[in-house]
Unconditional design. Structure first.
Ligand SMILES: [Cu+2]
Length: 118
């Protein structure tokens, strides 16, 4: 399903923003408050230095995204505190106002409350 993710990203994000994304900005940037979406998923990997988290997320209906495994950028490294592979989490996604890329603005571990994502 990963290619679907890239197609969605390519259709939503201008080419300049995609190039920008690969430079791994470390500063927290403004997020459009009007476009916040919520998702649930299982943490596959965390790379704090790159502000990156790989999630096997369930479908995000408000975005029309199917469930898939993909990398997300977090708005701040502190969001990754206490988050580790195997955790089930809920998260909020916002669109960066400047670059148009998706940023995770909140992550909450759910522990054993939800069934595992396969
Ligand atoms: Cu995805």
């Amino acid at each position: 399903m990963k290619w679907i993710c890239y197609l969605l990203a390519a259709s939503l994000i201008p080419a300049a923003a995609l190039a920008d994304q690969q430079r791994h900005h470390t500063a927290t940037q403004g997020v459009e408050k009007s476009a916040v979406h919520q998702g649930t998923g299982k943490v596959v990997a965390v790379d704090r230095a790159k502000l990156s988290i790989k999630l096997a997320h369930e479908a995000i209906k408000s975005l029309g995204w199917p469930g898939m495994t993909m990398d997300f950028t977090v708005a701040d490294a502190a969001l990754l505190d206490g988050i580790k592979g195997g955790d089930t989490v809920t998260f909020e996604l916002g669109k960066d106002a400047k670059t148009g890329k998706w940023l995770i603005t909140r992550i909450t571990p759910q522990g054993a409350k939800l069934p595992a994502v396969n």
